[in-house]
Design a protein around this ligand. Sequence first.
Ligand code: TRP
Length: 350
Amino acid sequence: MGKPIVLTGDRPTGKLHLGHYVGSLKKRVELQDKDYQQYVFIADLQALTDNARNPELIRENLIEVALDYLAVGLDPEKTVIFVQSQIPELSELTMVYMNLVTVSRLYRNPTVKDEIKQRGFGSSLPAGFLLYPVSQAADITAFNANFVPAGADQEPLIEQVREIVRTFNGIYGEVLIEPEIMLPEKSVWNRLPGIDGKAKMSKSLNNAIFLSDEPSVIREKVMRIFTDPTHLKISDPGHTEGNTMFTYLDAFCTDAHFAEFLPEYRNLDELKAHYRRGGLGDVKVKLFLNNILQEELKRFREKRQFHEGRVDEVYTILREGSLNARQVAAKTLASVRSAIGINYDGKLLL
Ligand code: TRP
């Protein structure tokens, strides 16, 4: 038995933010030092499914996402980093899997449903967008991935992939591996709210703190974080539940941060208790949160700057990763063709 295989990807429609970090990137950086074979890729073809008329966005953000990967510590010596569009085998697998899922099942995927609503497609929903879960099945199965580290919003997608795998294996024989989602340990890492308190941090909702934000921008965003609208005066008792400032502390702060930045409290429970009693102002809590985020993001910024000065090398990393990934995907595609019988026992070209 080889090592378990993990795979994840990100659409290059913008720079990556704290939601990506706690939901998945953090885990990927841990896994590359453990006993796993890891693939991480930039899903540029998937990004085209809702940006077909804006390819410039994807071209620009490919390198930004790659820089974010390197900034958080993904290491091309340990993790294969590649670009989806450079692996044409994925598109052929997608074509095969499309026949194993019904249109009504695609419409029922709750994540896709939300995204369709959020983007306001109406009757101009691109067929490719509805089908992106099928192409995601190709991404995952091509590499025989056992695990996909992602937040809870990816769960319906992984479920759909599992169904496609079972259907394929049922018809053509046991060829494909059924993947499992690897959710973050803390539930708050599953879906980090935006600074406006909205359910999800996202570039399109304009409520994200990006991994590459400058210190002054981070501070300015932290100061704007939605808190408790009933907590008007410092002396007022406040709510910590549904208070985004505390949600972020739940996500990022450790007891060591208190020792370092706010030694009057030992831990988050003590700080929350004071806020609930009254007598603790938002600004003090936000300055603490700002210190924590500044410290975390500083490490990323330094690494990013190093690679920003060597962009040619970053493209080389992506090229070599893609060459490597392509060999693996080609093997899976060969098994798929042969399981279906469309290799014609070698009597045709392939
Ligand atoms: N859907 C993911 C996103 O929104 C990107 C993605 C494409 C992906 N293929 C994948 C994630 C396979 C995990 C596994 O960013």
